[in-house]
Design a binder for this molecule. Structure first.
Ligand SMILES: *Cc1c(COP(=O)(O)O)cnc(C)c1O
Length: 487
């Protein structure tokens, strides 16, 4: 039956004077199925070709050219996309993007998504059972709740609570609100009386400084912790901070830092915080997923001492962006963060609401994609993925430091490695690699110098990828230096 026929049969309200409501928005289930099949086939090929490294890892056209190529402005004006033109659009759209499954994708800490999570995105896109209130989707809310319970258990919080947020930055903000409710219980209603400082290493993610600005405690009240040369907290010097005249809202440790990928010593820092009554926040946005790997779990020893933890799924748990968790040791502290009537969230058979624990209102069904990856691959499968990425990064360190001209300042602990080659312009070298579509690297400043930064995210990245990258850098460096001389 077509939509029109269905409308004929269903639309008999008998009131001749009223125009019939149009039902043009109804789904043509058949068209959806056909387009979805087509999309899935093309995406499968896209990933296959990306994994095989048969294409450039990215294309870099200017936006005007892309708008023309994809006919974006005409579609916006006139609509009229059909199955045929959608196919063309999709192919070009995929071609002009960054290929997260490509072995040469080595840039930012963004997941190379696994397919169960991608199915979760599709399911959410159709069903739209949004989060925050239970009555908007009991299954979706229950999945979120159980995923959080699982995460709390991994971290070692037996009386904790958590909430999924759209990203680690929002999760960090939420954690600081919980910390603030603990040091300044009336801040929610009466504004903060007095100054509080946040202790954090200079390598801490900028979202925490921003959060200090947002909650009115002042970005300038982020105080640098004593650190070693590569930004790790120097725990022998921690007692120095006790002499500071202002009380602390929290102390942040990184597991691991964004720039260098190095882990702070959570046991020593955690004990120091507990002994001195300081709220201990562990930013595990990137590296908390190592909890799933027997081989690397030790890097997170001491995380159980934390008062709050942030853990992104869209980095190392292989979901699309974004899905993050903020986990708090003491359930009451999370409820107090937003001060909307201390609530134990179960209310009998009606389920539970997370609305009181989050900055956000409507929220995607974030738990579903995390759950599907776990259900499909198991903790073990995801842990093995994390271990493989960490080992591949370590392999890069191992082979690159044996090559003439490469400088690797520290032994990596995660899937992030920083390095330099020669004396050329590293920012330009990175641009050239991107322009030719051969490798996508990122770059960062450490101890006052610019480094190239490699993050292993794609399971397809292997020894050959790394060897060829080193060859390419050696070949290009000469040219980049030469052309710089000519200018
Ligand atoms: C990525 C990252 C964040 C920010 O998370 P988003 O999900 O990008 O908002 C915070 N802290 C650390 C250590 C990170 O690596």
């Amino acid at each position: 039956m077509t939509n029109a026929e269905r409308d004929e049969q269903g639309g008999s309200d008998g009131d001749i004077g009223t125009p019939r409501p149009t039902r043009s928005g109804r789904w043509d289930a058949h068209a959806f199925e056909r387009s979805a099949h087509l999309t899935v086939r093309r995406l499968a090929r896209h990933v296959e070709r990306s994994e095989a490294g048969e294409t450039p890892v990215l294309r870099r056209r200017p936006p005007g050219e892309i708008a023309r190529l994809l006919d974006i402005r005409r579609y916006l004006r006139e609509g009229g996309m059909t199955a045929e033109s959608y196919k063309r659009f999709l192919d070009r759209y995929l071609d002009e993007g960054v290929r997260m499954h490509h072995p040469a994708y080595l840039a930012h800490q963004v997941a190379s998504p696994d397919f169960p999570a991608a199915l979760g995105d599709l399911i959410h896109g159709v069903t739209n059972n949004v989060m925050s209130i239970y009555e908007m989707g009991a299954a979706a809310a229950t999945v979120e709740f159980e995923v959080l319970r699982w995460m709390l258990d991994k971290v070692g919080f037996t009386r904790g609570a958590g909430v999924l947020t759209h990203g680690g930055s929002l999760a960090n903000l939420t954690a600081l609100l919980a910390a603030r409710s603990s040091v300044a219980p009336n801040a929610w209603t009466d504004a903060v009386g007095g100054t509080f400082v946040l202790w954090a290493s200079p390598a801490t993610h900028y979202s925490l400084t921003r959060a200090m600005g947002i909650i009115g405690l002042g970005a300038d009240n982020v105080r640098p912790l004593p650190v070693d040369e590569w930004g790790r907290i120097d725990s022998t010097r921690l007692p120095e901070i006790l002499d500071h005249p202002q009380p602390a809202i929290a102390l942040v440790a990184n597991a691991c830092t964004t720039g260098s990928g190095l882990y702070d010593d959570l046991v020593t820092v955690g004990r120091f915080c507990r002994e001195n009554g300081i709220w201990f926040h562990v930013d595990g946005a990137h590296g908390a997923s190592a909890l799933l790997s027997d081989r690397y779990r030790h890097l997170l020893d001491g995380i159980e001492l934390a008062d709050s933890v942030v853990w992104d799924a869209h980095k190392m748990l292989r979901t699309s962006g974004v899905a993050a968790a903020v986990l708090v040791r003491d359930e009451a502290a999370l409820d107090a963060a937003f001060r909307q009537q201390a609530s134990y969230l179960f209310y009998g058979d009606q389920g539970f609401d997370q609305l009181r624990r989050t900055v956000e209102g409507t929220k995607a069904a974030l738990g579903l994609k995390i759950f599907l990856n776990l259900a499909w691959r198991g903790e073990r499968g995801l842990g093995d993925y994390v271990a493989q990425c960490y080992e591949t990064a370590h392999l890069f360190w191992h082979i690159a430091r044996r090559r003439a001209g490469f400088e690797l300042p520290y032994e990596p602990q995660s899937n992030i490695v920083c390095f330099r080659y020669g004396t050329g312009d590293h920012a330009r070298l990175r641009q050239v690699l991107m322009d030719e579509g051969s490798y996508h690297l990122s770059s960062t400043e450490l101890a006052g110098r610019r480094y190239l930064r490699l993050t292993v995210m794609a399971p397809a990245t292997c020894r050959t990828t790394l060897e060829s990258l080193l060859d390419r850098i050696v070949a290009l460096d000469q040219r980049v230096t030469d052309s710089a001389d000519e200018r």
